[in-house]
Design a protein around this ligand. Structure first.
Ligand code: F6P
Length: 357
């Protein structure tokens, strides 16, 4: 008999349900007697003992559904060891729930912050298996995270839609893409959408070079320019600031986001007619794309298998087209960023895409 807990934590994404279904079906079809408890709203459910005993039916018909049927929330790692306003010791409470339910293992689906807490729980003696969830694709130890390809599709569709209106009006358009501190989503959607300029955090931009690229396009007869800008894009000047100085800049920031700062700079310096489009959370919404359905199902199935074998303390990752076990201590606290020297960047540049560097 295995008793499993399951939770989804952090920002949601497509294919969370598909991944949980993969774990559950593998366990429930194994012939072993299994009980699965679903914790509601991420770590909050584990802390406050809010859970449901799940049945086979809970995992039926959810392969194509976006979001997470368990609910999710952000429970920041930096305050996980600090009692909340209600005085609750969160780590002790999570352990108490785990032992009270006599769980054999907790399956945790999440991104970077979630993995730091998952690893902490591992060091506290709990059996943990995790799955790499995030549209940002920034988790260390895996080539791919689920949710990413679905978000690429949506961000690409946004760029595609902007193309026709930008062409009609001869405007410069910025499409701001999510991705937190990394540029994977912007890079992929930018290339797929045929963006002329792609600005990502890993390659700080020079606004004069961005303006020059637009100017060159206009001189060559192109009436419009599309920029795919990562929400975390940063100028060369800002990249030189210390963490403290940059934080201070953001405290007095008058723009809703970096795209508006870039738009203003381009209007002022180049006299361009610039518009900004922010698809925002639509990038995390809707049904998972077929790739993510397959990928999340495979990850879930591997997690189920690991639990059946009693292998704990790992994230299921994906390397060179194979599923791999990545020790949680290797994943926690590290970011997987785009390498500015990687071949995809070089190829994009050969296609004529400017990174503003
Ligand atoms: O990590 C996923 C993500 O969508 C990031 O791309 C984005 O920066 C962040 O979450 C938005 O967070 P929230 O949903 O809390 O506004």
């Amino acid at each position: 008999m295995k008793r499993i807990g399951m939770l989804t934590s952090g920002g949601d994404c497509q294919a969370l349900n598909a991944a949980m279904r993969g774990v559950a079906k593998t366990l429930l079809n194994s012939g072993e007697k299994v009980e699965i408890y679903g914790f509601l709203d991420g770590y909050q459910g584990l802390i406050y003992g809010r859970f449901r005993l799940l049945s086979y039916d809970d995992f039926s018909g959810i392969l194509t559904k976006g979001g997470t049927f368990l609910g999710s929330s952000r429970t920041p790692f930096k305050t996980i060891q600090v009692p909340g306003p209600d005085g609750v010791d969160k780590v002790a409470a999570m352990k108490q729930t785990y032992y009270k339910l006599q769980l054999d293992c907790l399956v945790i689906l999440g991104g970077n912050g979630t993995h730091k807490t998952a690893n902490l729980l591992r060091t506290e003696g709990l059996n943990i298996v995790t799955l790499p969830k995030t549209i940002d694709n920034d988790l260390w130890g895996t080539d791919m995270t689920f949710g990413f390809q679905s978000a690429v599709d949506i961000a690409t569709a946004a760029i595609d839609a902007i193309h026709t209106t930008a062409a009609s009006h001869g405007r410069v358009f910025i499409v701001e893409v999510m991705g937190h501190k990394v540029g994977w989503l912007t890079l992929n959607a930018g290339i797929a959408g045929g963006a002329d300029i792609i600005l990502i955090p890993e390659i700080p931009y020079d606004i004069k070079k961005v303006a020059k690229k637009i100017q060159q396009r206009h001189e060559r007869g192109s009436r419009f320019t599309i920029l795919a800008v990562a929400e975390g894009a940063i100028s060369k000047e800002d990249a030189l600031l210390s963490k403290k100085e940059y934080k201070k800049k953001l405290e007095n920031y008058k723009y809703p986001s970096v795209s508006y700062e870039i738009a203003e700079a381009l209007s002022k310096t180049g006299g361009f007619d610039v518009r900004v489009t922010v698809p925002g959370h639509t990038q995390r919404g809707g049904s998972p794309c077929p790739y993510d359905r397959v990928f999340a199902s495979r990850l879930g199935s591997e997690a189920g298998n690991m639990i059946l074998r009693g292998e704990y303390g790992f994230m299921v990752g994906y390397k060179n087209r194979e599923m791999v076990k990545v020790p949680l201590e290797e994943v926690a606290g590290k970011l997987k960023m785009v390498d500015p020297e990687s071949s995809i960047i070089k190829e994009a540049k050969m296609l004529g895409i400017s990174f503003g560097d």
